[in-house]
Design a binder for this molecule. Structure first.
Ligand code: PHB
Length: 397
């Protein structure tokens, strides 16, 4: 080795050490004063609307509750995974290794699945804010969910349909994990109740065209259509549903709350009037807390209606703030997890808690009918199922 190369090597070795030391020092200083929360959300791509809604709710929560907890400053590092799971994994890794985040927020099912090994290996408490697939919380002992599961809603609406005269149903499902779970819960309850499922039609997640599937469903002559489309697609679905005349066909449309997403509902006119869903959130939920939330969300977003996705983010921030209060700002992952388990509070959606066994959300599920309020369609609640747990976790026990 020439003297020149040797000194170059030495230079890099020292520079590397200096960077490592600086990074360590930085990490330590940050650990003392600032708590970093890394949010990996779909801000663009197939479910880009959902990430935008979570981010708006997180910002709103912090505007209302301040950016310090237990004497520590809260810093949000928001990253866009573009609705691509591999990107979510890389971003989570960078947030863990380079940014030393104490807490992560996870978004949709595929992304939350791919991030789970990082949360486990780096021991980072991760709040699942969008994913509605049961298995997600089993993928890491550091996962805690503040949103919902599709099973929670889809079994209940199947029971309601049977009780209200449905005999023959067709399912139309967005073709990915949450759709499969919605369909499974609906089918189990519907057939157990004596109903017949004529067919299950799967619609691609990306740029969906519902028209051919709706035509096919209609041709099968069901009395009931069970539909799951994810956040951001309810508007397109409603338009195509009405264009095919299905709103006047006498076929009963039912589903989980996603098909009457408040963010889209205002623009659907009369297309979804009378549609009954089982959901956990409606902008029309009559509590004072919710009416204040809806007003504040609209003010903060230039007039958007708060929806079921936004509350997953809002409550996710509440869970993080309340857990940090409880630990006195200590970010030890096991202490934070212990603080989160069993936590209960009043959300804009109603009373909710974190199941200490499964780390999954327990919440009320409401049966709602789309009706006009002040000239605009809303999902108006008329029956409540209290403290509903995820049925698939219950079944596995
Ligand atoms: C999910 O990622 O599991 C998900 C996303 C949007 C929905 C429902 C489920 O509306």
């Amino acid at each position: 080795m020439s003297p020149k190369t040797g000194s170059v090597h030495k230079y890099f070795a020292i520079a590397g050490l200096a960077i490592a030391t600086a990074a360590l020092g930085c990490g330590r200083a940050a650990a003392e004063d600032t708590i970093k929360i890394g949010l990996v959300m779909p801000m663009t791509g197939a479910v880009g609307a959902a990430g935008q809604e979570v981010a708006a709710a997180v910002r709103l929560y912090m505007a209302q509750h301040g950016d310090t907890v237990a004497g520590k400053k809260i810093e949000i590092l928001l990253r866009d995974d573009g609705s691509v799971p591999d990107v979510a994994k890389r971003l989570a890794q960078e947030l863990a290794v380079n940014d030393h985040v104490a807490i992560l927020g996870a978004g949709t099912t595929p992304s939350a699945m791919s991030m789970a090994p990082i949360a486990t290996e780096a021991k980072i408490p991760t709040v699942v804010m969008i994913s509605g697939t049961s298995v997600v919380t089993e993928r890491s002992p550091y996962y805690v969910r503040t949103c919902f599961t599709l099973g929670q809603q889809s079994g209940i609406i199947a029971d309601w349909a049977i009780k209200n005269g449905s005999h023959k149903a067709v399912s139309v499902l967005s073709d990915w994990a949450p759709g499969a779970e919605a369909g499974k819960a609906f089918e189990q309850h519907f057939t157990q109740g004596g109903g017949q499922l004529l067919d299950t039609l799967k619609v691609p997640l990306q740029n969906p065209d519902f028209a051919p599937f709706l035509q096919r469903a209609r041709d099968l002559q069901p009395d009931t259509l069970f539909v799951f489309v994810p956040a951001g697609q309810a508007g397109t679905f409603a338009r195509q549903f009405a264009e095919r005349g299905l709103d006047k066909s006498g076929i009963k449309l039912v589903g989980p709350g996603d098909i009457v997403d408040d963010n889209d509902l205002a623009a659907t006119g009369d297309a979804l009037l009378g549609v009954v869903t089982a959901g956990f959130y409606s902008a029309a939920h009559p509590s004072k807390l919710n009416q204040d939330y809806v007003a504040a969300y609209a003010k903060a977003t230039g007039g958007k209606r708060a929806n079921f996705i936004s509350v997953g983010g809002y409550d996710g921030m509440h869970l993080i703030y309340a857990a940090l209060e409880k630990t006195g700002g200590n970010t030890d992952p096991d202490k934070l997890l212990a603080a989160m388990k069993g936590m209960s509070w009043e959300s804009p959606r109603g009373p909710i808690s974190i199941d200490p066994e499964t780390r999954d959300i327990i919440q009320n599920v409401y049966i709602r009918k789309v009706e006009k309020r002040n000239g605009e369609p809303y999902a108006v609640e008329f029956e409540t199922f209290e403290h509903v747990k995820d049925p698939l976790h219950q079944a596995a026990k």
